[in-house]
Design a protein around this ligand. Structure first.
Ligand code: NAP
Length: 284
């Protein structure tokens, strides 16, 4: 029997309903939570910015988009983020990847104030996550966990294998799974015999950005497979998981329509948390 498709739409619906309820508690003249969105000159970043704007506009959340030229210097970038950090009308700051080449990869982790860090990239927020006490967790991996929970998939006590160790997806995902009492294995490009690892997974989660990396023979029959990968092939979005996996797994997130839309909804939840409108977010 083909795997059950774990689509993101019902998870998004639930999160949007909760966001709308919480926004309704604001008085009409109170400022709406506002996201400062730094958008680099990159087609995938621009597409993601468009998706964020669409969902946020629907929710009546404010966005201030700022274009980042590829020629932006480190000093200009530092000045901009500091200005946004000091601006009381800004609730959260998100700098989409890839940042201009002149910006060192870890600069943002030091620069962004944790109380405006809407995607959990700062050292303080990443540190809390590493200690199992997340305040703001990166939206993509947290969305993946919420998706599993929505469909009643048990995490505790199961073996989760994560492909990818980037600071935005794989690494925080592994920490969230650990906090949810999974036994976690992290794989990356230097892992020999990837298939040997993935075949041990009760839950296999992949964030490699390598189209169709996970083939059916790499999946234990009946495993749950979560695909974060997004690549464009012949104008089509494809994930890390080969379509034949559907015949082997018990459940699978589609690409598109799986983890992607949940990411943006979680970003909105994170923004409400920073605005003080959702104190007990993220869910434990
Ligand atoms: P990234 O920074 O390039 O990291 C990719 C990770 O995968 C690295 O740790 C890399 O290993 C590992 N990897 C790559 N090829 C591999 C292979 N053949 N075997 C084993 N490991 C491999 O990418 P990212 O920012 O984490 O994003 C990953 C994917 O998720 C991309 O397709 C991106 O578009 C997508 N994404 C989706 C969402 C969503 O909402 N669904 C959000 C953000 C990103 P090394 O560390 O050894 O290099």
């Amino acid at each position: 029997m083909p795997a059950r498709l774990l689509t993101g739409a019902p998870v998004v619906e639930d999160l949007h309903r909760e966001i709308e309820t919480r926004l309704a508690t604001l008085s009409p003249d109170a400022p709406r939570p506002t996201l400062a969105l730094l958008v680099p000159e990159d087609p995938s970043a621009r597409a993601y910015a468009k998706a964020i704007r669409k969902q946020f506009t629907k929710l009546n959340l404010n966005i201030r988009a700022i274009w980042l030229e590829e020629t932006a210097s480190e000093a200009e970038f530092v000045r901009l983020v500091k200005q946004l950090g000091d601006d009381a009308s800004i609730t959260g700051i998100l700098a989409l990847q890839p940042l201009p080449r002149s910006i060192p990869r870890l600069l943002l982790a030091n620069l962004i104030p944790p109380e405006k860090d809407v995607d959990g990239v700062s050292f303080a927020q990443q540190g809390r996550l590493a200690l199992g006490q997340p305040d703001i967790a990166p939206s993509t991996p947290l969305g993946g966990l919420l998706l599993l929970r929505h469909y009643g998939i048990e995490i505790a006590g199961h073996h989760a294998v994560v492909i990818g160790r980037s600071p935005v997806v794989g690494r925080p995902l592994a920490l969230l799974l650990l906090a949810a009492d999974a036994t976690v294995t992290i794989c990356h490009s230097r892992t020999p015999n990837l298939a040997e690892m993935t075949r041990q997974a009760d839950i296999l989660l992949t964030a490699a950005g390598h189209p169709r990396l996970v083939t059916a023979d790499m999946v234990k029959p009946g495993a749950v497979v979560v695909d974060f990968g997004v690549s464009v092939i012949d104008g089509q979005l494809v994930g890390d998981v080969d379509p034949a996996v559907r015949e082997r797994a018990s459940a699978l997130t589609p690409v598109p329509g799986g983890t992607g839309p949940v990411t943006t909804a979680v970003l909105a939840c994170n923004l409400l948390h920073l605005a003080g409108l959702w104190p007990d977010w993220p869910p434990r």
